[in-house]
Design a protein around this ligand. Structure first.
Ligand code: GLA
Ligand code: ZN
Length: 679
């Protein structure tokens, strides 16, 4: 279990890589950490090569020294198991531990994360190092948290080598039991793919044309599970030696390779690395969506922002800095959405290596000359006053359903159209945020009971159990909104026959006969009673009603006059269907109607205003009001009776947020977002 009381208030800190710096700097670092209000650092993430210089020979001298120094300065340690990157000697001693791409290329020494997750020596080596570190530092007073590995799957989420092929076969045998069952699931009657023995089965390596889709999907599932085994192996060693020290590994939000809803079950606390593009007007929406996902992965529990940049990163083609104020704004966004800790990569910007142009708390110019330093120390001081937020929850009445398996299946080639899922989800998310909603993400197997509205931006793969859960949700009075190309295949990636959307056809009150994929530049028009006609793009379903009512109809092309959007009363609830790609304003309009129908209060906010409502114990609530605009202020009307948080002065009923401005207002009771208005 994770108890935030282990830490000294809200966690504030960074990855700390003292091994990149001479010893003279270390004492200065510890002193500057105190000055900045840093209370936790992640140590040793890329230290394997310095900790184990030949197999089994450890040198912990420097780490002992730095652990003691940090402790003496009141800085706690989030100690890495240091397994993120094996040393060159390891990769050369075990050449087949280097991962292999789908094209059969074995990768070379010189970058990082150079390992095959299946290789026995890698597994042994990671276990050996984890055990040695846990044993050495079990009693060290600075040790407060374990940081297992680092960003699993960030570079290598699939390895196509023979070790992995063997484990893939074993995984498939466990899943299917017999080769006949596998042949059935993979549909191998197609293209002469029938397998006689398990030994014939390969990873979906580069093939002459499309690899078998179910093979590709199972490969994704296997790869996520296989890397997770590495993680739980280290986790078990730590739990054995230091049962009282919580453990985490840093997630990457919407990372394609790992099913984080499954992974999160193995974490004591979920943590996130978030690098929205500071140059984008949507940085706060990108970040906010990842923050909401992260809280949802932990079932609503508070979480740790483990890494972010103080200013620019170095890995985009153009790396915009965070202008003054933006870092603070994004940190407040994380706190509003449930973070218990605000950390950065990295403490001191590197002098050498591939990340030397990545910002740090201590920049190349030195702290005295740096506006970034002024901002991080000011924020460190501000954080000390925000401790009561550690007890806040983020109650949501609306959930977006998200599923890694469906995402994997949708991403497989040979579809009616390539549909990138994240931009699609982001459009629904942005529309809900613009209506002032707190939003959770929920997996298909998640509990829908607490929500009034569940949105399926796209759930291409829908298992029968998911359809049953959605049916029960609507029957009991829930409001469901489904986007197009949903409920198309089952868990084996076989089409649900009898009309697309078949598994929830009764709930939606319709069936889809076919779709019209629009080419770039092509549009259709939707006539929507009481509103202006809407121009739509990308995709139009040919819908047949079976109980639902058309809310809007297409006006062009061969299905002119047929429904584009529908609504169906089912049991005590309502099911809406959107059979096309709506522009943002229309999507927002539609969701507004859905929320109203569901009795969920809403307001209308411009995209640069971010609103979260958090709930303190004993019924108090806090409005977190953020202006993400870089140059323009925004004025708001807020409910009466609030006090500024922290501070306690009366908040009045209007306030102006400067560019990148943040205001928190606390109320003794629940507030309704309908009472927040932009002036
Ligand atoms: C990731 C890694 C860090 C660093 C940063 C750079 O988050 O975990 O080691 O490479 O990216 O943005
Ligand atoms: Zn491998």
């Amino acid at each position: 279990m994770f108890d935030i009381q282990r830490f000294n208030g809200v966690i504030y800190g960074a990855d700390y890589n003292p091994e990149q710096w001479p010893r003279e700097i270390w004492a200065e670092d510890a002193r500057l950490m105190q000055e900045a209000g840093v209370n936790l650092v992640s140590l040793g993430i890329f230290s394997w090569a310095l900790l184990e210089r030949t197999e089994g020979n450890f040198d912990f001298g420097w780490l002992d020294e730095i652990m003691d120094l940090l402790h003496a300065h009141g800085v706690d340690v989030n100690l890495a198991t240091a397994t993120a990157s094996p040393p060159p000697w390891f990769s050369l001693q075990y050449p087949d531990s280097r991962p292999v791409t789908a094209d059969g290329v074995r990768l070379e020494v010189g970058g990082r994360q150079l390992y095959c997750p299946s290789h026995p020596a890698l597994r042994d080596g990671a276990a050996r190092l984890t055990r040695a570190l846990a044993t050495r530092y079990a009693q060290h007073p600075a040790l407060k948290l374990w940081h297992i590995n680092n960003e699993y799957g960030c570079h290598i989420d699939q390895c196509y080598c023979e070790h992995c092929a063997r484990r893939f076969r074993a995984w498939l045998e466990r899943r299917y039991g017999s080769i006949d069952a596998l042949n059935g699931a993979w549909g191998t009657a197609f293209w002469s793919q029938h397998y006689i023995t398990w030994a014939e089965i390969q990873p979906p390596r580069r093939a002459p044309t499309y690899a078998n889709p179910t093979q590709q999907l199972d490969w994704r599932r296997f790869s996520s599970d296989n890397i997770l085994e590495l993680h739980t192996m280290e986790r078990a060693i730590l739990a054995e030696i230091t049962p009282d020290v919580p453990a985490t590994t840093n997630f990457l939000g919407f990372l394609p390779g790992l099913d984080y809803f499954r992974w999160a079950q193995e974490e004591d606390v979920v943590s996130l690395d978030a690098y929205p593009d500071p140059g984008s007007d949507l940085a706060h929406l990108d970040a906010g969506m990842a923050f909401d996902l992260t809280r949802s992965l932990g079932g609503g529990a508070r979480w740790i922002l483990m890494e972010q940049a103080t200013s620019a990163v170095n890995w985009r083609l153009r790396n915009a800095p965070k202008p003054p104020g933006q870092m603070r704004l994004l940190n407040h966004l994380a706190l509003a959405r449930g973070a218990s800790g605000i950390m950065f990569f990295q403490w001191r910007a590197s002098r050498a290596g591939a990340e030397k142009f990545h910002s740090g708390l201590v920049q190349h110019v030195g702290q005295q000359r740096s506006r970034v330093w002024r901002e991080v120390t000011a924020f460190g001081a501000e954080l000390r006053r925000l401790t009561p937020l550690l007890a806040a929850g983020v109650p949501a009445r609306v959930a977006l359903m998200f599923d890694w398996h469906s995402w994997w299946a949708l991403n497989i080639d040979s579809k009616p159209a390539a549909l990138p899922l994240l931009p699609l989800v982001a459009r629904w998310y942005a529309a809900l945020k613009a209506l002032g909603q707190n939003v959770d993400f929920v997996p298909p197997h998640g509990d829908l009971g607490g929500y009034d509205v569940v949105v399926l931006p796209n759930l291409y793969l829908m298992a029968d159990e998911t359809a049953s859960a959605l049916r029960a949700f609507v029957e009991r009075g829930g409001h469901l909104v489904s986007g197009y190309f949903t409920g198309i295949v089952d868990a084996q990636e076989h089409i649900h026959l009898g009309g697309y959307g078949a598994p929830i056809s009764d709930v939606l009150g319709l069936w889809v006969e076919e779709w019209d994929v629009l080419l770039p530049g092509q549009t259709n028009t939707v006539a929507w009673a009481g509103r202006d006609p809407v121009t739509v793009t990308d995709w139009c379903d040919v819908i047949h009603l079976q109980g639902a009512q058309a809310q809007a109809t297409f006006t062009d092309r061969f299905y002119a006059g047929q429904p584009a959007m529908t609504r169906h009363t089912f049991g005590q609830g309502q099911a809406w269907y959107v059979g096309t790609e709506l522009p943002p304003s229309a999507l927002q309009g539609l969701l507004g109607e859905v929320l109203q129908g569901a009795g969920v209060p809403l307001t209308v906010l411009p995209a640069h205003v971010d609103l979260t409502v958090s709930a303190l114990p004993e019924g108090a609530q806090v409005l977190h009001l953020l202006n993400a605009h870089a140059t323009d202020p925004v004025s708001l009307r807020i409910p009466d009776g609030g006090v500024l948080f922290p501070g306690g002065e009366a908040a009045g009923t209007t306030l102006t947020l400067p560019p990148y401005g943040v205001t928190l207002v606390q109320y003794p009771q629940a507030v309704t977002v309908a009472d927040v208005q932009v002036l």
